[in-house]
Write a protein that binds this ligand. Structure first.
Ligand SMILES: *[C@@H]1O[C@H](CO)[C@@H](O)[C@H](O)[C@H]1NC(C)=O
Ligand SMILES: *[C@@H]1O[C@H](CO)[C@@H](O)[C@H](O)[C@H]1NC(C)=O
Ligand SMILES: *[C@@H]1O[C@H](CO)[C@@H](O)[C@H](O)[C@H]1NC(C)=O
Ligand SMILES: *[C@@H]1O[C@H](CO)[C@@H](O)[C@H](O)[C@H]1NC(C)=O
Ligand SMILES: *[C@@H]1O[C@H](CO)[C@@H](O)[C@H](O)[C@H]1NC(C)=O
Ligand SMILES: *[C@@H]1O[C@H](CO)[C@@H](O)[C@H](O)[C@H]1NC(C)=O
Ligand SMILES: *[C@@H]1O[C@H](CO)[C@@H](O)[C@H](O)[C@H]1NC(C)=O
Ligand SMILES: *[C@@H]1O[C@H](CO)[C@@H](O)[C@H](O)[C@H]1NC(C)=O
Ligand SMILES: *[C@@H]1O[C@H](CO)[C@@H](O)[C@H](O)[C@H]1NC(C)=O
Ligand SMILES: *[C@@H]1O[C@H](CO)[C@@H](O)[C@H](O)[C@H]1NC(C)=O
Length: 362
């Protein structure tokens, strides 16, 4: 019988191969009905942002919150289009934000961001909302499309202190709609539910918003529809998250729920349910892993007997597989996999309920 260290080496080889297939997937789906401190490894935080009071706190919720900016991004990017440019990705996202004024009135605002770089720009407090700064404003190299929820009128073309705007590479919105028109005051401390969808086929960007009460569903009051081809402005890999800022006017910029889904569309324009296919594939493969590992072990032993097969050749083969990975996967030992999957219990199946494999096992 193979020793456990040999077996675990084999298993880690198989696990790497499985991870490779999984991380090749280019779509993203996640759902946070609330945020707990344990979820913090799923996000990239700027220095002044955190998880607190069951929400993403984009700017500080303690200490001196004046002249701050912050960003919280999901830890993984998604592919907006394939490298050959043939197909675009559709997006659905919904979230609940809560802006509570700390000064009277409060300031400055919050933004939902799609961009190629999750890092917070320096000097992006005040009117910049953590989106850009006075050096990078309106530069095409920013690759940013943002939806701003602005609580201050900070320059001449800014509509008012209670509006939503679509921003492309800069803070001057290409399109703005007042929230007053639908009876919402975004800085009143109420929970505001927002749904945004980008349809890759019709190239339309649609935003709905309505007040939500507790855990109630997010309403569907249409705020605007805008025709835009995101791929003109964004790069291939897109990071998704929120930014916000304060000035001498201060407020809490909180995200209380967040759902996100991106789907690669085929050339026909039909969304392909990659996610569920992957789940089925994994569900089928996982129980077979130990058997496959044993098979690999015996096969290797046999080869070694006949050809004095060098273990390094096997390693090189794996390196070749790895090179084809879109992301470099992490290597797991049997014990780690067993711990993470409760000894391969089907109820802990990977890719279930919208959580990515990497969130499950890391
Ligand atoms: C966030 O953390 C909570 C508490 O640990 C956990 O129950 C929940 O599944 C996590 N959410 C996601 C989407 O991983
Ligand atoms: C964030 O904190 C790190 C470490 O404390 C520091 O090096 C960095 O300059 C800070 N970044 C900003 C933007 O304040
Ligand atoms: C782009 O690649 C996909 C497969 O990834 C293929 O189906 C499609 O035909 C390609 N399109 C072009 C224009 O090469
Ligand atoms: C977004 O939601 C609509 C309506 O539920 C659905 O038809 C579409 O496939 C979804 N797209 C994505 C990217 O999840
Ligand atoms: C940020 O602003 C400060 C003062 O307003 C300035 O000294 C500094 O050079 C700025 N940094 C950048 C990167 O623009
Ligand atoms: C950006 O802000 C700094 C510091 O406030 C200022 O010195 C500089 O002139 C500004 N640059 C532009 C392009 O407005
Ligand atoms: C942004 O730059 C474009 C040219 O690239 C220019 O037409 C537009 O007026 C600028 N917008 C702002 C707000 O400066
Ligand atoms: C919105 O609510 C804030 C906080 O209560 C208040 O200061 C502000 O005047 C309100 N704005 C409008 C337009 O009613
Ligand atoms: C929110 O829901 C609760 C009961 O679930 C209800 O008592 C309350 O009036 C609702 N508030 C609003 C503003 O609709
Ligand atoms: C912030 O500063 C402006 C002038 O720079 C001033 O008019 C305003 O009253 C200040 N706001 C607060 C809340 O102190």
């Amino acid at each position: 019988m193979p020793s456990s260290s040999q077996l675990s080496r084999c298993l880690s080889i198989v696990a790497v191969a499985v991870l490779c297939v999984v991380t090749k997937a280019q779509s993203l789906e996640f759902s946070y009905p609330y945020f707990s401190a344990q979820n913090s490894t799923d996000f990239v935080f700027s220095n002044s942002s955190s998880i607190g009071d069951g929400a993403l706190q984009i700017t500080p919720n303690s200490g001196n919150p004046a002249y701050q900016s912050g960003r919280v991004f999901y830890k993984e990017a998604f592919k907006l289009r394939r490298s050959n440019g043939s197909s675009l990705t559709s997006i659905n996202t919904s979230f609940v934000f809560n802006i509570r004024s700390l000064s009277q009135p409060g300031g400055e605002g919050l933004a939902f961001i799609l961009t190629n770089n999750p890092r917070l720009p320096t000097n992006s407090s005040g009117q910049w909302l953590g989106v850009v700064n006075n050096r990078t404003d309106n530069m095409t190299s920013n690759h940013i499309v943002a939806v701003e929820f602005d609580t201050r009128k900070s320059y001449a073309n800014d509509l008012d202190d209670n509006h939503v705007g679509l921003d492309v590479n800069g803070i001057e919105s290409i399109y703005q709609v007042p929230f007053g028109a639908v009876g919402i005051n975004i800085s009143s401390g109420a929970d505001v539910g927002v749904s945004i969808s980008f349809d890759a086929v019709s190239k339309s960007f649609v935003l709905y918003a309505a007040l939500v009460n507790g855990t109630s569903a997010i309403g569907n009051t249409l705020i605007f529809t805008w025709s835009i081809d995101l791929s003109v402005y964004l790069s291939e890999d897109v990071w998704v998250g929120f930014s916000g800022s304060t000035s001498n006017f201060t407020q809490l910029n909180q995200i209380k729920r967040w759902y996100f889904s991106s789907l690669d569309t085929e050339d026909t324009g039909t969304p392909k349910k990659k996610k569920s296919l992957r789940s089925i594939w994994l569900l089928t493969m996982l129980p077979l892993l130990p058997a496959f590992a044993v098979f690999l072990y015996w096969k290797r032993k046999e080869k070694r007997r006949i050809y004095r097969y060098d273990r390094r050749v096997v390693r090189q083969d794996i390196e070749l597989i790895l090179e084809d990975c879109s992301k470099r996967p992490v290597r797991f030992q049997l014990k780690e996999l067993k711990d993470a999957t409760a000894n391969f219990d089907p109820s802990r199946q990977l890719g279930k309920a919208g959580s990515e494999l990497s969130t499950e096992v890391t």
